[in-house]
Design a protein around this ligand. Sequence first.
Ligand code: HEC
Ligand SMILES: [Cu+2]
Length: 322
Amino acid sequence: MEHSFIDYITGQAMLPPRGSEFAGEVDLVFIGIYWLSIILFLAITIPTVYFAWRYKFKAGRVTPHQTHNTTLEIMWSVGPLIICVGLFFWGLDGWMKYAVAPGDSMEVVVTGKQWLWQFEYPDGSRTVNDLHVPINKPVKLTMTSEDVLHDLFVPDMRVKVDVIPGRYSMIWFTPNVLGPHTFTCAEYCGKDHSGMKGTLTVESDADFAKFMATGGTEWEEYRDRNDWAGWGKLQYERKGCNSCHSVDGTSSKGPTWKGLFSKNESFTDGSTGIADAKYLEQSMLQPNAKVVKGFEPIMPTFQGLLRNHEIKGLQAYIESLK
Ligand code: HEC
Ligand SMILES: [Cu+2]
């Protein structure tokens, strides 16, 4: 970003671009404290250096006896007290606004885990490291961690809050600048901490509605290349199927997907059936309808969590795993 000379003088050049209504207020407090520090620094060091020089040791000079100076002592006690209490209330005012989200906020549930951010929207759809929000609408992030301490930091929005295992924390903001904004994890959380980041896309209402309906424009690239299996592979990783299903023939919590398509499958109730596209879809949406022999019925239902084109992609991906 380009900065003017004034930005450098005032300290604005230190700060990231502003993307939310909070940003201006936060910057004001920040720049205020920054200037107060500079002024106090000069007000203390300049006289100190001067007095050290002015009253330096000289043979024969006798220091007059001093007891105390009431006026000076009151000034340097009450003055800083007023400044500190003033700063406290200035900060408190901003903190109160951060603490309570407006009732009409769009709520996104955020889960931090080593080393990714997962976002769940009001309709249950999910994204990873990719947060979309409509412009000029308040967004409330309800956050928790599945493992260690993380911290969601969106510099442009001036929001940053710890994400804690076993607890929910909350931040909210009203984005008012379109476009991509970066967010990161701001709490060292292990080996790949530096990779725990993503993009916040602030978009128009129309684009956001389109994103909600299709899960974004990403799939259009796959559709145009006619790469349904590639799209399915992405879902396999994003929707967490990979935590229970392998694609290389080894079975873990769930059966492997290798060689699954068209296989004659046996179920715990003694029946059998061909693993065709219809069966695969049913396995995703009603996993307990037919439980594969030798496995526990532990698969969660993905009803409402998979869009049609995601199911189609997964079917194509499974079919490609000969
Ligand atoms: C918590 C572990 C778990 C997760 C996560 C999981 N599954 Fe499963 N899945 C299983 C288990 C266990 C079975 C076998 C028992 C059954 O049929 O319900 C299974 C069975 C299946 C089958 C039938 C397999 C066969 O051999 O006939 C399909 C298809 C399937 N899962 C798809 C998916 C998809 C798609 C996802 C991700 C969107 C997914 N699963 C996520 C545990 C899981
Ligand atoms: Cu982290």
